[in-house]
Write a protein that binds this ligand. Sequence first.
Ligand code: ACO
Length: 209
Amino acid sequence: QHPGWPAHLGPVRVAAGQVTLRPVRLRDASAWARIRVRDRYHLEPWEPTGRGEWEARNHPSNWPSLWSSLKAEARRGAMIPLVIEVNGTFSGQLTVGNIVRGALRSAWIGYWVAKDVGGQGVATAALALGLDHCFGPVGLHRVEATVRPENLPSQAVLRNVGFREEGMLRRYLDVDGAWRDHLLVAMTVEDLSGTVVDRLIRAGRATPS
Ligand code: ACO
């Protein structure tokens, strides 16, 4: 096992309810597929281009192979694939990827949240829990994220947990069918004073549970 895997994080309380994070499970197939098919137009503009139609790619029968590749990456210490739960219900995913150790000790972080619990602090709380985990048990020095300039809600989430903007990556990622510019944001241990969750609580964005 690698430091920080498997992980059960939280709870943190926000307007939507109690936010917790836990490892992806094989039995997440139906909840994952139901939300992703229902929320296609909420998710698709921001996600890496995939092969085939959205409905087919997000069919419950695709989850077992996705789940097993996420678990394999987690087992070799390269990824932390978590489900975001609100009041114990599957409500999205938060993934830490490309974990590199040695002199870099860095990773990226990404997330999506179901539309019906949107705008109630869920992504902000999940990201704060994920970052505290990365800088704590996982032992990273730097976490970065990339976001399309058009994705204002996600930029607000990143800003609210304390990410700094580092620059614009031109035609960086194949997203929603084309090479898209992305803003690069990052945080290092030196940017923190206390935990990210504590900072959210002090800012009145969350309450401890
Ligand atoms: N313009 C500017 N800000 C906005 C807008 C808008 N149109 N709409 C919402 N916001 C702000 C909200 O006011 C809030 O900020 P505030 O707390 O300062 O008021 C913030 O965006 C949303 O915060 P949360 O409620 O914590 O976020 P939520 O749980 O709704 O999740 C998310 C946000 C993850 C972007 C969700 O909408 C989603 O899953 N979108 C589709 C997938 C996606 O974009 N994922 C992120 C890709 S980038 C990455 O992973 C690094």
